[in-house]
Design a protein around this ligand. Structure first.
Ligand SMILES: *[C@@H]1O[C@H](CO)[C@@H](O)[C@H](O)[C@H]1NC(C)=O
Ligand SMILES: *[C@@H]1O[C@H](CO)[C@@H](O)[C@H](O)[C@H]1NC(C)=O
Length: 361
């Protein structure tokens, strides 16, 4: 059965004392939730209007609370004004259902339907911007992100997943699929694309853009899954499997960021096992939220392409922070297009996350 080895993705213990709000369980009846997935909301005191939403899904053995504490999405929500929903996997072992036909199918039931319905509720009742709903997750949560990309492409604008497998790769009667996990489920791009499209038969609308991260020495979900994900999402977007760009040492030494046009990005981390640490500010860039500010700023709604894509021009986020003042803890302090302060409030220092984003850490 499922080895619990190294499924913890917490890269740093982050103090949550400085948050403007707290994690609250969602008690509203938000619609059909067959497995009674518990939902937790982080809603900062200052929101952007309309408000983007990120669904953040934990790894096996994890919890909503652990993912809230182990990532800095909540701090970034304070800074940018988006909401975060942390679902909690409804079974012992703490893994998501990523294998049943129900969870893989649009409005088919199981965990994915509960998540889809809480998002629908948030859009209808909490001012969430229906065009800016995103999913991210680690390990089992990464697999679940791909499930949502396939089954609910109408709800999600983008996904960013750390150390997962393609949509449908775990399909079958058992919660753990060794063939897929060990990278032995090899399919053609057409087969993988067809599988993703089967999540919502007949859907012809816009597809969520997908960014995935994987380590080259992952022995829980073998790195072959990275290459199978490339096949899947390039087929879904009808683009070549040859990267349009591949930037080495991005966002850090040993990582490479391969783009396949604006909608598929595959980041390979040399020498990294299971799981690739969260790169939250990078994920926010992928979601186009880096320039978002609380209180009515619309932020960047254009696609921000990180790295260089031949033949295209990257659109730098428009940054509106006041210059002169020092940037706060967690605040942006640099990057392409940034016109605000490059000096952090003491005792924090400005650290480069990538070309588009430096942060006071
Ligand atoms: C779910 O089951 C239906 C009916 O057997 C099938 O047509 C569909 O392809 C399945 N979905 C997935 C994602 O495998
Ligand atoms: C990108 O380049 C790196 C370094 O050469 C390489 O290891 C990686 O496989 C490339 N990525 C893709 C998707 O081809």
């Amino acid at each position: 059965m499922f080895g619990f080895k190294a499924l913890f993705a917490i890269s740093a213990l982050i103090s949550v004392n400085a948050l403007t709000s707290t994690l609250q369980q969602i008690t509203a009846n938000f619609g059909s939730n067959p497995n009674n997935v518990q939902m937790y909301l982080y809603k900062p005191t200052a929101l952007a209007t309309p408000t983007p939403l990120i669904v953040a899904m934990h790894y096996c053995t994890g919890t909503a609370q652990a993912y809230f504490q182990g990532t800095n999405l909540a701090q970034l929500a304070d800074q940018h004004g988006f909401m975060v929903i942390y679902p909690n996997a409804p079974r012992s072992g703490g893994c998501w259902d990523v294998n049943t036909n129900a969870t893989l199918t649009h409005n088919g039931g199981s965990d994915s339907l509960g998540i889809a319905n809480v998002v629908r509720y948030a859009i209808a009742n909490w001012g969430v911007d229906a065009s800016r709903v995103f999913a991210t997750g680690t390990s089992s949560g990464a697999m679940m992100t791909n499930v949502l990309m396939g089954a609910y492409p109408d709800i999600f604008a983008a996904g960013s997943l750390y150390s997962g497998v393609p949509y449908g790769c775990f399909e079958g009667p058992n919660a753990w699929n060794s063939q897929c996990a060990e990278g032995q489920l090899i399919q053609t791009p057409q087969q993988w694309g067809d599988l993703a499209r089967s999540g919502y038969p007949g859907y012809t609308g816009t597809r969520p853009k997908v960014q995935f991260w994987h380590g080259t020495v992952d022995t829980t979900l073998y790195p072959q899954n990275f290459w199978e994900e490339i096949k899947q999402w390039t087929n879904v977007f009808g683009v070549s499997q040859t990267p349009t760009s591949n930037v080495t040492n991005d966002p850090q030494a040993g990582y490479s960021r391969a783009s396949f046009g604006p909608n598929v990005q595959a980041i390979l981390a040399q020498g990294v096992g299971h799981t690739v640490p969260e790169h939250e500010t990078d994920t926010l860039n992928w979601f186009g939220l880096s320039a978002l500010t609380p209180g009515g700023g619309t932020g960047s709604t254009t696609t921000t392409i990180i790295g260089t894509t031949p033949g295209t021009t990257s659109t730098a986020p428009t940054s509106t922070a006041p210059s002169g003042a020092t940037a706060p803890h967690w605040g942006q302090c640099g990057g392409i297009g940034w016109t605000g302060s490059t000096v952090c409030v003491a005792p924090y220092t400005c650290k480069v996350s990538n070309a588009y984003y430096s942060q006071c850490l």
